[in-house]
Write a protein that binds this ligand. Structure first.
Ligand SMILES: Nc1ncnc2c1ncn2[C@@H]1O[C@H](COP(=O)(O)OP(=O)(O)O)[C@@H](O)[C@H]1O
Ligand SMILES: [Mg+2]
Length: 315
């Protein structure tokens, strides 16, 4: 089918006086993997709930394949799978029974339901524990089952709300491997996480939201370019001599900070290319020899910090 798989237009959601989502627009094409990033409280979970048709927007609309959901039971909702941020599982029943329950909510029954449940369990590596009650599972196993529950009806569009949060590194890797496999299988993904390196590995496009709005929507390369001028550098010096040159260096135009620890000089400069040239000239004038030189390219984390003023892991 042609056209975007998902199109959200002007989504607004209020809770009392609080505006959780303040006009959210997004178009996603089939097979894309979009990272959705934002500080806590930015409105990501509320947005994903609206995209999944679980929360009604106060304004705006969600179109799947160009059409809006009609009513609570619109079969179009089955095209979408949501991995919720808060675990949605029943502890008193088995893993297989949980999946059968979620599958039946999506209209599956009989042998197809059975087949899909065992496929989903297999994918997340829980087949051997399928008959065990979920309350006996570790946190990581619950997260894996939470992912399986969103996959059991084989949706084309997957909304993943921090699917790897709060689990041990081994489970995190296992879940992330599953998600990469889904991407290779051609699923369309919208992925929310606090781990930048996951977005850098998985996504070709990144949407950053803050205060309920999209503040950036670009490729990874495009976003990095926004922060490309500023940079950090480190230089190893053969001989620091008396160190008196450090003060001169700090006043060189374009140098923001310069610090010397043992033989390592760390610098922040306004522009990497011009800054490096000015610093090297200053050192040469003072007879200081440089034996190694490295620059730090801005990463997604730096771009995020610049745009939102907050680190992704801040509260
Ligand atoms: N059910 C709710 N009732 C009241 N306020 C809510 C509810 N859900 C979310 N909010 C508020 O909406 C804002 C956005 O929340 P949320 O969508 O969970 O953001 P995020 O997932 O980016 O952390 C926050 O200020 C949050 O407190
Ligand atoms: Mg959230």
């Amino acid at each position: 089918m042609k056209g975007p798989i998902l199109s959200a237009k002007g989504l607004v959601r209020r809770y009392g006086d609080r505006v959780a989502v303040a006009g959210f627009d997004l178009t996603v094409h089939r097979g894309e993997a979009v990272g959705l990033l934002g500080p806590n409280g930015a409105g990501k979970t509320t947005t994903l709930s609206m995209l999944a048709g679980l929360v009604q927007p106060d304004e705006g609309e969600v179109l799947i394949d160009g059409l809006a959901f009609v009513g609570e039971d619109d079969p179009r909702k089955q095209r979408v799978g949501l991995v919720p941020q808060d675990l949605a599982l029943y502890g008193e029943i088995s893993a297989a029974e949980n999946l059968a329950f979620f599958g039946s909510l999506q209209g599956l029954s009989g042998s197809l339901l059975k087949h899909r449940c065992s496929e989903a369990l297999d994918m997340v590596g829980l087949t051997s524990r399928s008959g065990d009650r979920v309350k006996t599972f570790s946190g990581g196993m619950k997260r894996r089952l939470n992912l399986a529950a969103a996959l059991v009806h084989d949706p084309d569009l997957l909304l993943l709300d921090e699917p790897t949060v709060g689990v041990d590194p081994q489970s995190r890797n296992a879940i992330f491997d599953n998600i990469e496999a889904l991407r290779r299988a051609g699923k369309t993904l919208i992925y929310t996480t606090h781990y930048m390196e996951e977005v850098e590995r998985l996504c070709d496009r990144v949407v950053i939201m803050d205060h309920g709005k999209v503040i950036a929507d670009d490729t990874l390369a495009g976003l990095s370019q926004r922060a490309v001028t500023a940079g950090r550098m480190a230089m190893e010096l053969a001989d620091v001599r008396d160190g008196a040159w450090l003060q001169t260096l700090q006043s060189v135009s374009g140098v923001v900070t310069a610090a010397l620890v043992d033989n390592t000089l760390s610098l922040e400069v306004l522009e990497v290319d011009r800054g490096a040239a000015a610093v090297l000239a200053c050192l040469r004038d003072h007879g200081v020899r440089v034996t190694a030189f490295s620059t730090h390219q801005p990463r997604l984390e730096d771009v995020f910090l610049q745009l939102t003023g907050r680190s992704l892991r801040d509260g």
